[in-house]
Design a protein around this ligand. Structure first.
Ligand SMILES: NC(=O)C[C@H](N)C(=O)O
Length: 376
């Protein structure tokens, strides 16, 4: 362990943290004349991902492995010491496909601790891009702060020709230092763009320009050390905060032609599923048989069903929910179904988990989805 690093064991989760006091990085001025805070202190939390990965050759852009620490990553960017003071902490070093409840709780604890500490003006999290939007969405709904929380990742490993990681990390730190980034919620800074972690999604499995929120748009852009926001600071419409509770089991089912409706029964009756998100066709379309099985799962097992969508863009309106169904000549009311609005299946899953974790009933869950996922 380096001499200037302290080992701290968390009283609550017994995780061992290695905290190193501010290392100096110098760099050019950021964000124009009035937009930087006076020497902001930024906490950088490392979790892994492609940004922390190495391949065998410069041309390799697949099949690489996580192999760099957050300290290695920080040493690959320009010195920022005239701009900010940095502290860093490595809480995990994994591909983001490995993120589950345990990892999210660790990260949540580290972010909450850093953000509530007056020492820090912002937090940067390095994270794999595959599930970055899920982590960003969870943090958005569970960490109530005006300070910037900025997520950084990359699409190419550190060993690739034109690796994008160092610039993305550098820009994310610049964003976290910028006073215009306050009160905007969790941000994803990647490939010169700043997006809302609440809305943005990974749109391309390979390309550097992957994070998109086509309908809601980007919040800002970064060019030559200048950070430009297109709108005044605001958080997503209807935002509210949840306490983190143990995550109930909520699954995502993906609709397609010939979908076997028995899968729904299997999930509700045998797998102890507490909620189902459906990636429906179009804006809420499922076959009649599938809707009937969903109704039965709700009626028999109390499983709430959220209708989301396969399409990256657009939304599921409430009007498309199968509120009334004909089953064996009788009309039944299906109150346990909700529309995901603009939320994609993976974000809808997190929202339903938070609602169920707060012991909400169907009506309360439907209200939360209506308030949070329809943009007002
Ligand atoms: N670009 C990336 O970071 C992908 C990687 N598989 C991850 O999510 O950890």
């Amino acid at each position: 362990m380096p001499a200037d690093t302290t080992e701290v064991v968390c009283d609550d989760c017994h995780t061992v943290f290695h905290i190193r006091t501010a290392r100096s990085y110098s760099g050019s001025s950021l964000g124009g004349s009035t937009s930087t805070l006076k020497t902001p202190r930024i906490k950088v939390i490392g979790t892994g991902g492609t940004i922390a990965s190495k391949g065998e050759s410069g041309s390799q852009t697949a099949g690489y492995h996580v192999d760099l620490t957050i300290e290695d990553l920080l040493s690959s960017i320009p010195d920022l010491s005239n701009v900010c003071e940095l502290e860093y902490e490595q809480i995990l070093n994994v591909d983001s496909k490995e993120f589950g409840e345990k990892e999210l709780l660790m990260l949540h604890e580290a972010v909450s601790r850093s953000i509530s500490d007056d020492l820090f003006d912002g937090v940067v999290i390095t994270h794999g891009t595959d599930t970055m939007e899920e982590t960003a969405f969870l943090l958005q709904l569970t960490v109530n702060t005006s300070k910037p929380i900025v997520m950084a990742g990359s699409m190419r490993p550190s060993t690739a020709i034109s690796a994008d990681g160092p610039m993305n990390l550098y820009q994310a730190i610049c964003v976290a230092c910028n006073k215009e980034s306050w009160n905007r919620g969790v941000l994803i800074a990647l490939n010169d763009q700043i997006g809302s972690g609440f809305y943005i999604t990974k749109s391309n499995a390979n390309s550097l320009d992957t994070f998109k929120s086509v309908i809601q748009g980007y919040l800002g852009n970064i060019v030559n050390n200048e950070i430009h926001y297109f709108f005044p600071a605001s958080k997503p419409t209807g935002i509210q905060y949840f306490k983190l509770a143990p995550f109930p089991k909520v699954i995502v089912l993906y609709a397609h032609q010939g979908f076997d409706p028995q899968i729904v029964r299997l999930c509700a009756s045998q797998l102890n599923v507490q909620g189902i998100i459906f990636a429906t066709m179009g804006a809420g379309s499922l076959s009649k048989e599938t809707n009937i099985e969903l109704y039965k799962a709700w009626k028999e097992f109390g499983t709430p069903i959220v209708f989301s969508k396969r399409s990256m863009d657009g939304m599921v309106p409430i009007a498309n929910l199968p509120r009334e169904l004909e089953i064996e000549g009788k009309t039944v009311q299906f109150e346990g179904c909700m529309a995901s609005g603009y939320l994609n299946p993976q974000k809808s899953r997190i929202l339903l988990q938070l609602c169920l974790g707060a012991s909400m009933n169907d009506r309360q869950i439907a209200d939360i989805f209506k308030t949070l996922s329809f943009g007002g």
